[in-house]
Design a protein around this ligand. Sequence first.
Ligand code: BEZ
Ligand code: FE
Length: 292
Amino acid sequence: MRNLDEETITQAVLARNVDMKDRRFKEIMTSLIQHLHAFAREVHLTEEEWAAGIQFLTDVGQTCSPTRQEFILLSDTLGLSTLVTAQNHRKPRGCTEATVFGPFYVDDAPDYELGADVGNGMAGEPCYVRGQVRSITGEAVPGARMEVWQADAEGFYDVQNPERTEAQGRGTLHADASGHYRFKTIVAECYPIPHDGPVGRMLDAMGRHPWRPAHLHFMISAPGYETLVTHVFRDSDTYLDSDTVFGVRSSLVADWIRHEAGTTPDGSQADKPFYTLDFDFVLNPASPSRAA
Ligand code: BEZ
Ligand code: FE
């Protein structure tokens, strides 16, 4: 195949795909090539611009480390993560909605008893979180596994602190026999996503801020149910309508109630104000291909 030009190059590349064995991979690569070529044609991409694009992607890759996932930030800030989440988690009305996973989950968060302090010394105002995990028909989901994670009052996750020696602001709990859960933590605050790298520079060039509204992350799983990855957002946050990763859903916004010093939900006496958050989760039954 020779003498390819701007009219014939796309078909020539696609023609090379004939021996691709995996049908799904072939479908994805065919579409990706078509869309990439259409994009370059539509904007009439110059060589300098494409060189800058390659440099940007190189920088994104080189910024990644075991504790920094710049490609997730890129996907999230371009809205691709929210699109992929939304089209893979269509649920019946009444189920708790899913939202983006983000880059700060770790899979070995410590186990805690119900009522424990998952903040584990993290700086911030105390907050008591409680609720129930139910099915769409209202039955309790006993023993549901709940992983929670959040940033500290300064907006940093424990994994962003190279000096940390143990997990803070993250943990794994199991709901009780009636699906109820409770734990203590700190009040979530809004924070900017890491923006000292190529994605931050991209946001800046696009005239966008890097902030996320205050939220608490949950991943909830139980046999027979679709695993739920979601957040609960704090009502009246400045950034609810301009989340830099497009993750906010109205059904996930809740009241975090401030209380004056006094008796807390676990019966202890607080000498400073504290917060409570009540939030119930409704799980979607697993489809056969997604059984937990
Ligand atoms: C987060 O909420 O942890 C997060 C989500 C997307 C990008 C960065 C952070
Ligand atoms: Fe977060």
